[in-house]
Design a protein around this ligand. Structure first.
Ligand code: 4AD
Ligand code: MG
Length: 508
């Protein structure tokens, strides 16, 4: 089959005849004319079929096309600023390749569970297309960043004999009669490789058996875990910031159309190119509890103001819904007006339900901020209370050692704290990166392994890294899907990966 022109490059073929291969993503007809919106994976393009240019047969064929039929067509590329991509194709010939009767996903609104069941088809929609392309840009950008910085990519094993991030989230499997676990993290292997190659990063699937149905948790997700010999926690934070900013920059530079397709306001992405605030756990707790302001803003007072403002907004939107519903009852309404009012009602009801959700959340945030107990790990609400005050990711370091992983180094100046760092994304997204400087003291590590009730035999090789030429070293883990979810401002992490695996979903 000869290769044809990709829609993304049509603007370079103005005035020429091209061949396009793709699928029908939409179609409208008038008298003697059909408008087919064709998609080919690289973009979308309006193709116009008329009897004069394509002939009666092709027009009849076009008229029969339904959603997601696959077609090959030829036509002339015309510049048209009003159309997506700035071009339109005047069709000369058209052949259907594969039919598509009763395509399950229509243009009307569907529930998310239905769409998740249809994930194999849902991926063809414009919104999913845009998200998957942004995900691809992010993946490429991460590799580019590390490769340019001299890191070596390594693959950590998936079958492991030990837990890295606590025993409660292990998926157990059978390895020739012995128990084995699906890897929660490649970090420990990354540390070994960093001692061999200096700076490495893993980019692989990781698994967490969390029986929680939150908008942030997947059972299978992709993690990027760099590990650097001779890096302390502060150099680690520089590396995190550099990588995240390189990714955001690449997305802004290469994905404007995709960002527009998903309606992403990019202001926060742009401000994320500036330095990330860094604060200790201590300071973060004071901010959360309202004991310290950020640029004059108090966490709790600002939440209370927002609560009042949202309540007023809710009253307003309820009035607007009532007004439109009254208008719908007017006798002799034209079909166009009826559709318009109905779509307004749907739109307002969505705004209303979002507002109601926020009105349920804000009091909980206020409550958890007020009652936060120093020494605890942050929950989702605490992260939200803190990050709402910033227009870019925030780095929180030096955590109470009891709430963090066994491998983190103690702050030599205050051993109550471990040198972990979490990066919390703004706009309510919370933790996207977890990392830190690693413990190098064998006895400290042995103590921690006992404290976490981990099997010592499984960690003997890891302790060897401290017995032979141990050096200060650091690293971190970025959850790819959490990053995609924030960059795209998705409501739920499930849309950030082609086929999500999470509690309650294994298919398709
Ligand atoms: O904070 P975590 O558990 O840290 C580690 O696994 C370290 N070993 C990383 C390291 O230092 N090399 O996980 C790191 C990141 C989180 O910040 C989050 O972005 C993501 O992985 N993550 C998840 N993403 C989706 N679903 C889950 N269930 C996730 N658990 C963690
Ligand atoms: Mg973490």
């Amino acid at each position: 089959m000869k290769t044809s022109t990709r829609i993304e490059s049509l603007s370079q073929h103005i005035g020429q005849e091209v061949e396009l291969k793709g699928w029908v993503s939409n179609k409208r007809e008038g008298k003697g004319i059909a408008f087919v919106i064709l998609r080919d994976g690289s973009g979308y393009c309006q193709c116009v079929v008329t009897e004069e240019s394509a002939g009666a047969e092709a027009l009849a064929e076009a008229t029969k096309l339904s959603l997601e039929c696959s077609v090959i067509l030829t036509g002339t590329v015309l510049a048209d600023e009003k159309q997506v991509g700035g071009v339109e194709v005047q069709v000369n010939s058209l052949t259907t390749v594969g039919g598509s009767e009763n395509y399950p996903i229509s243009k009307k609104e569907h529930g998310v569970e239905f769409l998740m069941d249809q994930r194999h088809l849902w991926l063809r929609s414009a919104r999913q297309w845009a998200i998957m392309r942004i995900r691809n840009t992010i993946i490429f950008s991460i590799h580019k960043y590390f490769q340019e910085q001299g890191f070596v990519q390594m693959d950590a094993p998936i079958f492991t004999g030990n837990a890295c991030e606590g025993t409660s989230t292990l998926f157990e499997t059978d390895f020739y009669g012995d128990p084995a676990y699906l890897s929660q993290s490649g970090q420990l292997y990354g540390e070994a490789m960093a001692m061999a190659l200096g700076k490495i990063y893993t980019f692989g699937p990781t698994f967490r058996a969390e029986k929680s149905k939150t908008r942030r948790h997947l059972s299978e997700f992709w993690m990027i875990e760099p590990e650097m010999a001779f890096y302390d926690i502060f150099q680690n934070m520089d590396c995190i910031e550099g990588m995240l900013q390189a990714v955001v920059k690449d997305v802004l530079a290469n994905c404007q159309e995709e960002l527009k397709t998903i309606g992403r306001n990019t202001a926060v992405l742009e401000s994320s190119l500036g330095a990330f605030p860094r604060m200790t756990y201590d300071q973060a707790v004071r901010i959360i509890k309202g004991e310290e302001n950020v640029n004059g803003v108090n966490s709790i007072a600002s939440l209370e103001e927002e609560l009042a403002a949202k309540q007023a907004e809710l009253a307003q939107i309820e009035a607007q819904i009532a007004e439109k519903e009254e208008q719908l009852k007017e006798p002799g309404l034209k079909k166009g007006q009826m559709n318009f009012y109905q779509s307004k009602v749907i739109e307002f009801k969505q705004i209303k339900s979002d507002l109601e959700e926020e009105l349920r959340n804000i009091p909980q945030w206020i409550e958890s901020a007020r009652t936060f107990e120093y020494g605890n790990d942050f929950g989702g609400s605490d992260e939200t209370v803190l990050t709402r005050l910033f227009d870019r990711p925030v780095m929180v370091y030096d955590w109470p050692h009891e709430v963090k992983a066994f491998y983190l180094k103690r702050n030599p100046e205050d051993t109550r704290f471990a040198r972990g760092v979490d990066v919390l994304a703004p706009e309510g997204y919370g933790e996207i990166v977890g990392g830190g400087e690693r413990e190098t003291d064998v006895d400290m590590l042995i103590g921690k392994i006992h404290e976490h009730e981990l099997p010592m035999e499984a960690f003997e090789w890891y302790l060897d890294l401290r017995r032979y030429g141990s050096v200060p070293h650091s690293g971190f883990g970025l959850g790819l899907e959490r990053m995609v979810t924030w960059v795209c401002k998705l409501k739920h992490v499930r849309e950030s990966i082609p086929f999500p695996r999470m509690y309650g979903r294994l298919t398709p």
